[in-house]
Write a protein that binds this ligand. Structure first.
Ligand SMILES: Nc1ncnc2c1ncn2[C@@H]1O[C@H](COP(=O)(O)OP(=O)(O)O)[C@@H](O)[C@H]1O
Ligand SMILES: [Mg+2]
Length: 178
């Protein structure tokens, strides 16, 4: 059974992308099949893996907006057993474009359900906000890792995030664990 893990925090620069890429690399190194979904329009995970986000045929934007098949958008990285679904700057507009779409919280979950058991782990690198993209990630996940800096003001953001995660647990995804 595939395990889906989101890496989320509404603050930027706290190590989400670094954590996602390094955990995925470590998992691939011990023989697990891993997929990263780059859900941040900035595309730092995509760039970190040496992929030009402006030259990808499909991206997480197409997955969210145009019913693109997930297998068509997945790219192999140079690391064995490690694939990525790249991001594109257009993803920043997805929330607005999806504003009148029915069941828009479940788009990513439905796409991941078509993956069969090709991967042991799917890691979702979330954008630095609690928007519809992050909601889709958390609705799709078994668990969420929250990287944060050990400073006082980081706790304010964390309290909000925990509240949000609990709301998502209640309304959309009871199995979600921090
Ligand atoms: N565990 C860590 N210790 C020190 N620096 C880190 C750590 N994780 C990430 N960084 C650095 O912090 C910066 C922001 O990391 P990044 O992964 O891009 O954060 P985010 O995805 O949350 O915006 C980068 O320069 C990265 O190299
Ligand atoms: Mg990032």
């Amino acid at each position: 059974m595939v395990k889906v893990i989101s890496i989320a925090n509404r603050k930027g620069g706290v190590g989400k992308t670094t954590t996602a890429v390094n955990i995925a690399t470590a998992m691939a190194a011990i023989g697990k099949n891993v997929l990263i979904l780059d859900m941040d329009p900035q595309g730092n995970a995509t760039t970190s893996l040496g992929i030009n986000k402006n030259k990808c045929l499909f991206s997480t934007y197409d997955l969210m907006i145009s019913n693109c098949k997930i297998e068509d958008a997945i790219i192999k990285t140079d690391i064995k057993k490690f694939d990525i679904l790249p991001s594109a700057p257009a993803l920043a507009a997805a929330e607005i474009e999806l504003s009148d779409v029915d069941k828009r919280e479940y788009i990513l979950k439905n796409a991941l359900n078509t993956l069969d058991n090709k991967y042991d782990y799917v890691l979702i690198d979330c954008p630095p906000s609690l928007n519809l993209i992050t909601l889709n990630a958390l609705v799709s996940s078994d668990s969420v890792i929250v990287p944060l800096q050990s400073e006082f003001l980081a706790l304010e953001g964390l309290a909000d995030l925990v509240k949000n995660i609990n709301t998502i647990k209640r309304n959309f995804n009871p199995k979600l664990e921090i």
